[in-house]
Design a protein around this ligand. Structure first.
Ligand code: MF3
Ligand code: CO
Length: 250
């Protein structure tokens, strides 16, 4: 079932979204060579708790950390580890927070120190892909319009779109209907209506879109060892257009 949220519910989601956005803003300076994924995870968890929110990923299907930290060829659901991050690493920090029963979900990509052109180009394309998807999230469009906009932007540039992991509805629970693939056919799928709240979270690879699963049963990485990047916003579909609930300051 797809639920549509009232203005008041969207405003509550925006409160949690703005807290999450401010955490990502603070990560910009925090992430540098020499720190570990664990350091980032603890930093994020403390900010969540200090602001009266819940780190919603902890305990979700047995997941143990506030964040997913996926490095270089890891696509998503990487565990925070004690491995020291080094100059040039591409890291994606994904977290979900629950503030007074409203959820928001946002993943952001960071380069540790100075990134190679391969890394920074991939980051630029992935962020723009997210915004192409958001732009297509208009009342009256369909779910397929979002994925199609992303795929049409990304693939001619020689990058690929991950298939196995998709965006989702969100609200008073972390994952709701509908699924939001980042590939697809324009004009197909569920029609987008006012009040729907969803995540758009394209994972874009330099090589194949195909993934393999680590032995931990969580972490997906590219089959060919190529780089993977991801940006994710939680958005509301409104009659005035898509509203980004996790929007960060420039
Ligand atoms: N933040 C993820 C998403 O985009 C959910 C992570 S699954 C968890 O849907 F188990 F790590 F929480
Ligand atoms: Co997420």
């Amino acid at each position: 079932m797809i639920t549509r949220k009232s203005r008041r519910e969207i405003d509550e989601m925006k409160k949690t979204g703005q807290l999450l956005a401010s955490i990502h803003e603070q990560l910009r300076d925090f992430i540098k060579p020499g720190i570990t994924g664990h350091d980032i995870d603890k930093f994020v968890e403390k900010l969540i708790l200090d602001n009266g929110a819940i780190a919603a990923q902890i305990g979700y299907q047995g997941y143990e950390y506030a964040t997913c930290i996926s490095v270089n060829d890891e696509i998503c659901h990487g565990f925070p580890t004690n491995k020291v991050l080094k100059n040039g690493d591409l890291i994606k920090v994904d977290t979900v927070i629950d503030l007074d029963g409203a959820y928001s979900d946002s993943c952001w990509a960071y380069v540790v120190g100075e990134g190679s052109k391969e890394v920074t180009d991939l980051m630029d394309v992935t962020k723009e892909a997210l915004y192409k998807g958001i732009e297509a999230a208009q009342v009256g469009n369909r779910i397929g319009d979002i994925g199609s906009a992303i795929q049409k932007y990304v693939e001619p540039k020689g990058y690929s779109v991950v298939r196995e992991f998709v965006g989702h509805g969100i609200g008073p629970t972390m994952h709701e209907e509908p699924s939001v693939p980042h590939y697809g056919v324009a004009g197909k799928g569920t029609r987008l209506k006012e009040g729907m709240t969803i995540t758009i979270e394209p994972m874009i690879n330099t090589g194949t879109w195909k993934s393999k699963m680590d032995d931990n049963g969580w972490t997906a990485r590219t089959q060919d060892g190529g780089l993977s990047c991801q940006y994710e916003h939680t958005i509301a579909i409104t009659k005035d257009g898509p509203e980004i609930l996790t929007l960060q300051k420039d």
